[in-house]
Design a protein around this ligand. Structure first.
Ligand SMILES: *Cc1c(COP(=O)(O)O)cnc(C)c1O
Length: 388
């Protein structure tokens, strides 16, 4: 019998939940109206979008007026950083952007562009060996001239969860807008906008069993903000463009399921994750866990193996029927250690051998048992090849 493929890359994307699919379908054909139209077709579509907004707002412990639908997590990140930075400069001459060195590229490349093309000063907050930001380091670097602070909630490469609430408090005390990228968090953890003290927070549906191509930005009322995409007055003028009604409905349905099944998901995932981490570290020599051992996503295991070519390992695993990731979008033929691992102080002889295994609602112990039968041999084969 041929090996069944096992998907272990849920941090890259997740399949759409059947219930989400079912909720979306009517909005492609029967209820296809444009929410901006006055007639009954438009009204129906508008009601669907506003229902979705209420669902997300309620789940985030926020107001409906604070939810902006976007086309993906990356767009939410872009919109947040640009919108807050440029408005802060116009309003109070603020010119300083503070981010962590372990942000997703949707944040770091946006901040770099604001530096190189818009004249902002960009400063990076240090992280510890687990990729975690110490809130005191934010307190030490934040200035009256800080336009925006952004710290990732849970890192996509190494799974470390940051103390967002602590950092948020510091920013709130200084009255500086604070953004957090929560794209990896939504599938498994609760998010309360009051408890977290954030002014902006990004989510993307395809990381929590919703469709690709839709996201949302929580934007606290009265945060000074300049929209990026101008046009019609959709999303209270904050994000122009005809609403993608079926996808917005899908995002809300997936969000609701994530909330309702959060406990169940964590109970399912934690033992699997712990088993995978313990077995891997025990069976493979010169292997290290990356990211925080405790403050990490319940579905996330990430490692570095010394003297291994990570891309090579991924290909060997794929041939054996296991879909994993190196954790970063690193291209073959250009072996650059990930900047996240480098920021954590991991040397390149280790960092080039990174492996990320992320679990989902469908993952079973059996999947991991068969994976663990293959992994040690695959690592050894990569080491032989490297040695040659
Ligand atoms: C996937 C991801 C994004 C980008 O989201 P898209 O919806 O794919 O654009 C941003 N930040 C983090 C942490 C992610 O994991």
């Amino acid at each position: 019998m041929l090996n069944q493929k096992v998907y272990l890359d849920f941090a890259a994307t997740t399949p759409v939940d059947d219930r989400v699919m079912k909720a979306m379908l009517p909005y492609f054909r029967e209820q296809f109206g444009n929410p901006s139209s006055i007639h009954s077709f438009g009204q129906q579509a508008e009601a669907a979008v506003e229902d979705a907004r209420d669902t997300v707002a309620e789940g985030l412990n926020s107001r409906a007026s604070e939810i902006v639908f976007t086309a993906c997590g990356s767009e939410s990140d872009n919109l947040a950083i640009r919108g807050a930075a440029i408005a802060a400069r116009e309003l109070r001459g603020a010119n300083h952007i503070l981010i962590s060195p372990v942000e997703h590229h949707a944040i770091s490349h946006t901040a770099e562009q604001l530096k190189h093309h818009y004249g902002f000063n960009l400063e990076y907050i240090p992280v510890d060996k687990f990729g975690m930001v110490n809130p005191n380091d934010v307190a030490m670097r934040i200035q009256p001239g800080t336009a925006v602070v952004s710290v990732i909630y849970a890192n996509n490469e190494v799974g470390t969860i940051n103390s967002i609430s602590e950092i948020g408090k510091i920013c709130r005390q200084r009255n500086i807008p604070f953004h957090s990228d929560a794209v990896q968090v939504t599938a498994c953890l609760a998010m309360d906008m009051e408890a977290l003290h954030v002014d902006m927070l990004s989510i993307g549906a395809h990381k929590f069993y919703g469709p690709k191509g839709v996201g949302a930005l929580y934007l606290r009322d009265r945060t000074p903000f300049l929209p990026s995409q101008t046009g019609g007055g959709q999303e209270s003028g904050l994000r122009a463009g005809t609403h993608n009604v079926p996808f917005i409905v899908g995002l809300a349905a997936a969000f609701k399921i994530a909330q309702e099944e959060r406990e169940k998901r964590i109970t399912h995932l934690l033992p699997l994750r712990n088993y995978l981490i313990e077995e891997t570290l025990e069976m493979i020599s010169d292997a290290r866990l990356t990211g925080h051992p405790i403050e990490r996503l319940p579905n996330h295991a990430s490692f570095v193996f010394k003297d291994v070519d990570g891309n090579n390992l991924l290909m060997l695993l794929d041939v054996e029927g296991f879909a994993c990731s190196s954790g970063s979008a690193c291209r073959t033929g250009d072996p650059q250690p990930s900047n996240v691992l480098t920021a954590m102080g991991i040397s390149s002889e280790w960092a080039l051998g990174s492996l990320r295994i992320t679990l989902g609602t469908q993952t079973t112990f059996k999947d991991l048992e068969s994976f663990l039968r293959v992994l040690p041999k695959a690592v050894e084969r990569c080491r032989d090849q490297t040695a040659r």
